[in-house]
Design a binder for this molecule. Structure first.
Ligand SMILES: Nc1ncnc2c1ncn2[C@@H]1O[C@H](COP(=O)(O)OP(=O)(O)OP(=O)(O)O)[C@@H](O)[C@H]1O
Length: 254
């Protein structure tokens, strides 16, 4: 059997006396779309930061394929195939969309011309050709989030980490971003999504991990995880679990 694309073994991240991530292990297969959920402060973003190289795990290991990435700096991890977006959009606001994406591409391309070509490819993939000349400042939040995705894709990643893409978006905008994520995954890209909007996790994920106080309390197919009594207790709440079950039953009857 082939090795998973991402493998995290016994990862612990401490900030002084606080254990933000506590002995967490999981693996992600090539082509998989994994959702990570959990209450505020559960350690989701810290786990992303550790995988992306922005935070050094206190102990444990992280591998892409058979290469150890834990402890390596973010630029190196990016070159080894891990790209991420941030919870709050981090773009060069006075630059155009094309400039932002080209700049990201230049970290992995040998020449600026190649970076420009890469940015144009990504724009085409995301259907953003018409936005290329727009200044980021002038774009609505939903488009800025698409530019964030474009910047990450410009690195030609093997693994894409998406941190709360849907926060602040309308239902319609959320649907559009779900469509983008699904298209990327259908094209073979391995993706991990952190999301508070459970409907999004349910719709997109092949598998879900649940963190609570830094501890991995459940993992499995979305349907199973959402009705796991520990998860309901820690995060979802009984009412939401009941609503979810009714929604699923209705969907099956359709
Ligand atoms: N750089 C840091 N220094 C100190 N403490 C931190 C740091 N980053 C995160 N923490 C703490 O680690 C814990 C986990 O935070 P983290 O941001 O990973 O949670 P989260 O699950 O992503 O939460 P949210 O859903 O609110 O984004 C929290 O108690 C947070 O305050």
């Amino acid at each position: 059997m082939s090795a998973p694309l991402l493998r995290v073994d016994n990862m612990t991240v401490r900030f002084g006396g606080l254990v933000a991530v506590n002995d967490v292990s999981f693996a992600v297969d090539e082509g998989e779309l994994l959702g990570i959920i959990g209450p505020n402060g559960a350690g989701k973003t810290t786990s992303f930061n550790a995988v992306a190289g922005a935070v050094r795990p206190t102990s444990g290991t992280i591998r892409i394929g058979d290469q150890l990435i834990s402890g390596r700096p973010p630029e190196r991890v990016a070159r080894m195939g891990v790209a991420r977006t941030f919870q709050s959009v981090r773009l060069f606001r006075s630059m155009t969309v094309a400039e932002n994406v080209t700049l990201a591409a230049s970290t992995v391309c040998l020449t600026m011309a190649a970076a420009g070509r890469r940015a144009a490819e990504v724009a085409e993939l995301l259907g953003m050709e018409a936005l290329q000349g727009a200044q980021v400042d002038a774009l609505p939040l939903a488009d800025q989030k698409r530019v964030e995705i474009a910047r990450a894709l410009a690195l030609a990643p093997r693994l894409l980490l998406l941190d709360e893409m849907m926060s602040g978006l309308t239902d319609q905008e959320t649907r559009a971003i779900i469509g983008v994520i699904r298209k990327l995954n259908d094209g073979g890209l391995t993706i991990i999504v952190i999301e508070h909007v459970l409907r999004v996790i349910m719709e997109l994920s092949h598998r879900v991990l649940v963190l609570d106080h830094g501890v991995l309390i459940a993992q499995g197919p979305p349907r199973e995880v959402m009705t796991d009594p520990h998860v309901v207790e820690a995060y979802i709440g009984r009412q939401a679990a009941q609503t979810f079950r009714e929604h699923e039953t209705l969907r099956e009857q359709r």
